[in-house]
Each structure stands twice: as structure tokens, then as C-alpha cells.
Design a protein. Structure first.
Length: 444
């Protein structure tokens, strides 16, 4: 109480003492150790050697956090309205920026100090000033979840469509950080819920919320009418993103507003994505709604030789998702289905050395489920699964295939020749293949 009485008694003319009390008030009111240390430095400067106008705009030296800021920045961040008012009356520049290009208004917005934000705006602070990262005060408020400040800034002319250097709007940031109140406030203020940001970002706010697992914002955006069919730069719908992230709650929210048949730029539907990423909860949720035999479409970019017409089982084997392989087989997936290059799921498991997936396809010793024609199926270039395993040096996969009955002589291209050409240093692999099979058949 003594501090406030002394300040009033001092009057406008008591410049040095007035600034000293202002700095001390800031010292008392700030919550962070860093701000208290900075305020103390300012207070020590108020020793009669500098006029208050100079002190009001003095820039503190860089701290351990790399900041160079003024007393007005500190007052805005700490919420000390009295100090901010005194500083402004004493000539503090409301447009001054810190070492990262941030104004006091951005500090106040991020901290949720609406009163100080209004004070700065009344002093003609520019509402849309952007810092070195392209963030305005509205971006800072949205990211920090300061819904009331967002509303104030928009009422005072803030541009809701302004993008950061990374191409994100304030609504994108609110969705990313899981701030549903800000999402609603910004949408009600005119922000486009289906904005995809800059050409380099190309992600809707719904996509961003799903990608970061912010289910509250997913629900809020859908309630506000966000279009779940908007795709990102890779052709992914939010449903496809949810499938890749394994977000069953987001999937359930998106399903009624999504088209399950939409494929991304790689030709994958959400169902395929869940299998390829091994997201079992998502896969179990989607399996009853999708055709387990559904094929990938031709990728948007790629040569005529680029494989397509893959099933989810192909993709799970390629990625080594043994759990997804088991789920798909239990749902009736065909083990010997062929893609556009006449490769089976077994080809992919062998090619990429996915032993667990491979065993899931051929079965366990004593309970093998593929016959010789399936084991030795040739792709469009005459290569068998064993050829791929040999060429890549996957000795365990070679052993599993040979044990299951794969022939080293089948196919237009020899597995032995592939091993010699690409894996000549693997003597044990070569010996295994030259022996014909474990326990037997010699190769001439």
C-alpha cells in the first residue's frame, strides 16, 4: 500500500523516483525469477543519472534465454497494469520490439493480460505487427489459449487470416495446441475453419488438430462445420491422418463425415494406412467398414513401373507389421493376392526382411499353409520371394522360406545368382542356398 501512496504523491514531475517505484512495482508483481532479475536491473538504473524517458525505453542486456527486452515488455508479461501505464506516460515506446521482434502487445496477449493489451491498443500499438517468426499478437494469444484476448484483438482489427512464417493462421495454432475455446472464438470472429494455410503448409485446421492428437479441437471444429474431406498436400484426409496416428477417438468422430474410399497421393485409403502403420485399434475399427481385399490406386506421381493394386496385407508385410498381418488374415485377406507387378504379400515380406510378417504368411513349422506354387510365385520379372530375400541378404527369411518348401531353382531368375551378385560376402547365405534347402535338395 505504501508503494501506491508514494507513487501518487510523487506526481508526474518526480521522474527519477517515479520510475524507480515503477520498476520496484514490477519487481513485486512479476512471477518469474527472470522477470524479477530484469526489473531489479532497471530499478538500479534509476539513480538520477538518466532521465526517465531514457530509462523508460532502456533495453536490458541479453539473458540466459537470449532475450533483450524493455520494462514495458516485462510489465506486459507480468500483468502489472500500473507500471505499464506509468511507462507509457513516461514515453515508453509501445512499438519497441525485443531481440525476437516481439512487441509488448504480443507479450500481453500471450500472457492473457487483456487490460494491458487494451491499454497498448489505446496507445495506438499496431495490432498485426509480426515478429521474426511471422507471429502477431493474435497468434501468440491463440497458441497460449487466451480466448478473451483473441476476441479483444479481433474486435480491434486483428486479421484472423494472417499467417506465420510457417504458413499457419491463429486458428491453426489454437488447433495444434489444443485450445478449443480459442478455436470457437476465432471461428465466431470470422476465421475460416477450412483454411489450409500457406501453399507450403497445405493442412486444414482439422488436419492439424488430428495430427497433434487434440481431440477437443477435433470435436469443436467438426461442430463448427469443418469439412473432413479437405486434403493436405499429400492428398491425406484427416481420416487418413487419424489412421496413421492410431487415434481411434478421432476416427470415430471423423467417420460420419468422411469418405472411406478417398485415396491419398500414394493411392492409400485410410484402411490401407492403418495396416501399413500397424495401428491395430484403428485397423479393427475400420475393418468392418471396409473391403479387406480393397486395392491401392495408382500413385499420383510415379512411373508406369510403380507398383499399385496392393492390398492392405501387401502393405502390412512391406512395413513388417506382424500384428496387422494377423488381423487381416483373420478377416479373410488373401495370402496370394498379386499387385500390379504380380508380387504377393510374401514377396514384400521377403524383400524387406520382415521375418515375423513372413512367418505369419507361410505359417509355423509343422503348420505351413502355402503350397509350392504360392511359395514360388514369380513376379512380372520372374523373381520369387526367395530371390528377393537372397538379393537383399536376409538370411533368416531365406531359411524360413526354404524350410516352408520354397525351391532355390524356381523362377526365371536364380536366388543363388542373386546372392552371389549382391551378397557375395555372406558365405553362410550362399552355402544355405547352394545346399538347396535345409536338410536337402542339392542344386546343380
Amino acid at each position: 500500500m505504501m508503494r501506491h501512496s508514494t507513487a501518487r504523491a510523487c506526481g508526474v514531475g518526480g521522474t527519477h523516483l517515479r520510475f524507480c517505484l515503477s520498476a520496484l512495482a514490477l519487481l513485486d508483481d512479476t512471477r518469474s525469477r527472470l522477470d524479477r532479475a530484469m526489473a531489479l536491473q532497471l530499478a538500479k538504473r534509476s539513480d538520477g543519472k538518466m532521465p526517465v524517458s531514457s530509462l523508460a525505453n532502456a533495453v536490458l542486456p541479453r539473458t540466459g534465454e537470449g532475450e533483450s527486452i524493455t520494462a514495458l515488455h516485462l510489465a506486459a508479461r507480468s500483468g502489472s497494469g500500473e507500471v505499464a501505464a506509468v511507462l507509457l506516460e513516461s514515453g515508453a515506446d509501445h512499438a519497441v520490439v525485443d531481440s525476437r521482434g516481439r512487441t509488448p502487445l504480443s507479450f500481453a496477449a500471450a500472457a492473457g493480460h487483456g487490460g494491458i493489451a487494451k491499454m497498448l491498443l489505446d496507445a495506438q500499438a499496431k495490432v498485426d505487427n509480426q515478429d521474426s517468426l511471422g507471429w502477431s499478437a493474435l497468434h501468440h494469444a491463440a497458441c497460449a489459449g487466451q480466448a478473451a484476448v483473441c476476441t479483444l484483438l479481433v474486435e480491434r482489427g486483428a486479421d484472423v487470416s494472417l499467417l506465420t512464417g510457417e504458413g499457419m493462421s491463429a486458428l491453426h495454432l489454437a488447433a495444434q495446441e489444443g485450445k478449443p475455446a480459442c478455436v470457437k472464438a476465432l471461428a465466431q470472429a470470422g476465421a475460416r475453419v477450412d483454411s489450409t494455410g500457406s501453399a507450403s503448409l497445405r493442412r486444414s485446421c482439422l488436419d492439424v488438430a488430428v495430427r497433434h492428437g487434440k481431440l477437443g479441437c477435433v470435436a469443436a471444429l467438426l461442430q463448427l462445420g469443418a469439412d473432413a474431406r479437405v486434403v493436405d498436400g499429400d492428398g491425406n484426409t484427416p481420416l487418413n491422418v487419424a489412421a496413421s496416428k492410431g487415434e481411434p477417438l478421432a476416427l470415430r468422430a471423423l467417420l460420419p463425415k468422411s469418405d472411406l474410399g478417398v485415396a491419398n497421393a500414394q493411392g492409400l485409403q485410410a484402411f490401407h494406412t492403418a495396416a501399413a502403420c500397424g495401428q491395430l485399434e484403428a485397423l479393427r475399427l475400420l475393418l468392418p467398414l471396409c473391403d479387406v481385399h480393397a486395392r491401392t490406386s495408382k500413385p499420383a506421381s510415379g512411373s508406369a513401373a510403380t507398383a499399385h493394386d496392393l492390398t492392405a496385407l501387401h502393405l502390412a508385410c512391406k512395413a513388417g507389421q506382424a500384428g496387422a498381418v494377423a488381423e487381416l488374415l483373420a478377416a479373410g485377406a488373401q495370402r496370394d493376392a498379386l499387385d500390379s507387378q504380380r508380387r504377393s504379400a510374401l514377396h514384400y515380406a521377403a524383400w524387406f526382411g520382415r521375418l515375423d510378417a513372413l512367418v505369419g504368411i507361410v505359417g509355423e513349422p509343422g503348420a505351413y499353409v502355402l503350397h509350392a506354387q504360392q511359395l514360388d510365385a514369380q513376379d512380372a520379372l520372374g523373381r520369387t520371394p526367395l530371390w528377393f530375400a537372397a538379393a537383399q541378404g536376409h538370411a533368416e527369411c531365406c531359411a524360413a522360406l526354404i524350410s516352408a518348401g520354397a525351391s532355390v531353382t524356381a523362377g526365371a531368375q536364380s536366388p543363388c545368382a542373386a546372392a552371389k551378385q549382391f551378397q557375395g560376402h555372406q558365405k553362410e547365405l550362399l552355402a544355405m542356398l547352394q545346399a538347396g534347402k535345409i536338410g536337402g535338395e542339392a542344386v546343380e
